[in-house]
Ligand binder design. Structure first.
Ligand SMILES: [Zn+2]
Length: 283
């Protein structure tokens, strides 16, 4: 049992305690110094984004990571807006939510693609860090990238172990962990299902709004991916408070990935993150 409990949701810390002025919940990754722009910029005026032929495989990595990240951030928003108790690290709870809700919202193959892509995002970051000989920041509020990778892989496998042994093998999930994954997934569902049901059953609520200021063809297509998820959330759920989602360029020095602001009830997905995903997508 020891193996199970570290993963799961829900400390007894009300989110309101954490919600001092504008605590931004970084998504997934620690900030980096340099934004990485892969696409050509347009002229910066009102012109249309430059039409570029995007590499479909690389864009698939961008797409799956953005969807996974969006639901991770939605978890932070729900924890805050619904004042949910969180038993464990909130960042872990948000990762767990993203896997569970994705498995619920999408057909098995698509859920597998998204969760698998989200996991790979962490592996790519971990490999990059190791390649540069940089040690993990052990004081970071997020778990180490490779642990987040294995946690997502384990839950994704555990949601459907009969049909996903090939996936587990391909992702290098050790057998000793794999045998617990179905139980881990059940526990994750047990934690999040009642919350998901509450927003599903709510008769009325506030719509999630979407804005974007994409500047390149890549960012434009990526923004459409996020917009589609906002639409899906509005179709399936009713949230108790108004949530805004925006895709925009984030300033240097801030988290340049994605984050939830509790003071603004706003999820920001940085275009810097979109560019970085495309640049680092595995071949
Ligand atoms: Zn987070």
């Amino acid at each position: 049992m020891e193996k199970l409990f570290y993963l799961f949701i829900a400390l007894v810390v009300p989110a309101a305690v954490l919600a001092a002025e504008d605590i931004n919940k970084q998504v997934d990754k620690t900030p980096k110094e340099q934004p990485a722009l892969t696409d050509k910029q347009d002229d910066g005026k009102q012109g249309k984004p430059v039409a570029l032929a995007l590499d479909p495989q690389k864009f698939e990595f961008v797409r799956t990571n953005l969807v996974s990240t969006f639901y991770h951030e939605l978890a932070h928003a729900l924890i805050d807006m619904m004042d949910l108790p969180v038993l464990g690290q909130e960042e872990d709870a948000a990762d767990v939510f993203s896997v569970v809700v994705i498995e619920q919202l999408f057909k098995s193959q698509e859920a597998l693609a998204i969760n698998s892509g989200g996991a790979m995002g962490f592996k790519v970051d971990a490999d990059d860090r190791m390649g540069k000989g940089r040690e993990w920041d052990w004081a970071d509020e997020h778990g180490p990238d490779m642990q987040r990778y294995y946690n997502i892989v384990c839950l994704t496998y555990g949601s459907n172990p009969e049909n996903r042994s090939e996936f587990a093998e391909k992702m290098g999930l050790p057998l000793e962990r794999a045998e617990y994954c179905n139980g881990e997934y059940d526990l994750a569902k047990h934690g999040w299902d009642p919350i998901i049901k509450r927003i599903e059953d709510a008769k009325s609520g506030e719509p999630v709004s979407f804005h974007q200021s994409a500047r390149t063809a890549l960012q434009q297509r990526a923004a459409e991916v996020i917009e589609a998820e906002v639409k899906l959330v509005n179709e399936k759920f009713n949230l108790p408070k108004r949530l805004r989602v925006t895709v925009k360029r984030c300033s240097r020095g801030s988290n340049m990935y994605a984050f939830y602001s509790s003071s603004r009830h706003k999820i920001t997905v940085c275009t810097n993150y979109i560019d970085e995903l495309y640049r680092t997508a595995p071949k």
